[in-house]
Design a protein around this ligand. Sequence first.
Ligand code: ADE
Ligand code: ZN
Length: 340
Amino acid sequence: MSISPAPALLPCAELHLHIEGTLEPELIFELAARNGITLPYADLAELRARYEFTDLQSFLDLYYANMEVLRTEADFADMTRSYLRRAAAAGVRHVEMMVDPQAHMLRGIPLQTCINGVAGVLADSLEEFGVSSELIAAFLRDRPVEEAEDVLRQLLALNAPIVGIGLDSAELGNPPEGFIELYRMAREAGLKCVAHAGEEGPSHYIEQALDLLLVDRIDHGVRCLDDSGLVDRLVRDRIPLTICPLSNVRLRSVDTLADHPLPQMLARGLNVSVNSDDPAYFGGYVDDNFRLLQATFDLSVDQLQELAVNSVEASFATPARRAELLEMISTWRTAQQAGS
Ligand code: ADE
Ligand code: ZN
């Protein structure tokens, strides 16, 4: 099979990214050594051998275990900096990054350590990497809701620089309906709201996230295709879905990338964007996702442009930054025409 040439770097916004999911194996070993932690893997090869997932939970087990190496503000800062460097090279020009403060607090790391480490680097991301950024505090849906509410109260008391909240971790059996009060608190505080829904869970979790949590966009949402009435609603109301193709393959939502419904979703008029989710675990960053989609589906310049424009339209960037991002995409489009 011949692989199509990679498209010139497409500028886009990355809206679905867990910063802890960017911990590359090399950095895990480096931080473990720095913090005097003995890892349960002898070397990189032994760690990498664990990256065969059967479902979301099998991934989450490793994801939470590897967080153990994050102990100090400098650890969180180094992880954030290495993601931004790689994302900039992938064409990302704006990122809305999720962090799991609750997961760190559960293992005894103070909230400030995690937030200051990540947010301190994000404060200079535009100047340093050419990537504007926002931070989203995600809450764990497989933990008691009161715990999440307590963490949100602490984030608000600290005046943490977050643009919104999210809901992640094990989806099946943990529907959005349990988190109504958490999302009410967030909205009242002026925060944006997103939630993972319809990744492994059924399509009615997407409806619950919209109707009960009043989210601004849905993370994943691929299972909406099981309900044509819901798809009609998502199209009509232009609800953004942050799609993560390589994640869906690695967590076995689809058998292969060729089975991924992204082209159908685009054709159906859904606002879908391309994101990397946990790139260190799922085989690639945003550019890898685009390159493999391109090789699999031979996406047209129009389709690539639409995906990038969708990402900007679905973002929480300021109107001025959105205009800049759209201009970058137009410039990319002109360069494509000149090169063809
Ligand atoms: N936490 C990190 N990555 C996740 C994913 N893909 N789904 C749910 N929770 C997550
Ligand atoms: Zn995710």
